[in-house]
Design a protein around this ligand. Sequence first.
Ligand code: FES
Length: 217
Amino acid sequence: MEEDTKKEAIVNKGASFEQIGPGESERRKWLIACGATGGVAAVAAGIPFAVSMAPSEKAKSAGAPVEVDISTIPPGGVKTVEWRGKPVWIVRRTPEMLESLDSLDSKLADPKSVRKEYPTPDYAKNTHRSIKPEFFVTVGICSHLGCSPVSKFVKGPGSDMGNDWPGGFLCPCHGSTFDIAGRVYANKPAPDNLEVPRHMYLTDSKIIIGRDENGEA
Ligand code: FES
């Protein structure tokens, strides 16, 4: 548990993306870890050398589900944890952040999360893509070439995303944009929504990532 705690980065409410999301060095680290040029897609596609390697005990341990205390995340804040070498964000959304979600379908590539590249668990195949609307759990890696998006939670004229921006995420590499539920906008380089990993609530204040009622991911 202490190990897990060390991996967590708590970010506070009201900060700009650069303050609340992974920093530049962290993004680079993720890119390097993913191979920088489509590494995530390659892993998802099952590159033979990776498949044929017997996992070491350390690797097995690194793939274990991760328990996360979500009680310390302030409204509008994000906690980042590492799971299987990937950043997983837990976003605590306010009612104001959620209010745009029902009106965006026509602008999105996959509003119902039915595409299969990064299958969305059934309990997240809803407008808010989560078990409870308040907490959004997602892998912080773009479905295009594996960059780490940045959060753009400020809405409208106060944002640098245009007057009608409802809040969400921007991938700085090639400009893909995602709503506050990680659904990708249409006609962007990213082909898919942000991945929702298997997860479940252990208590009201604790979730586990990498496992749900159907077993481990
Ligand atoms: S890696 Fe995100 S848009 Fe290209």
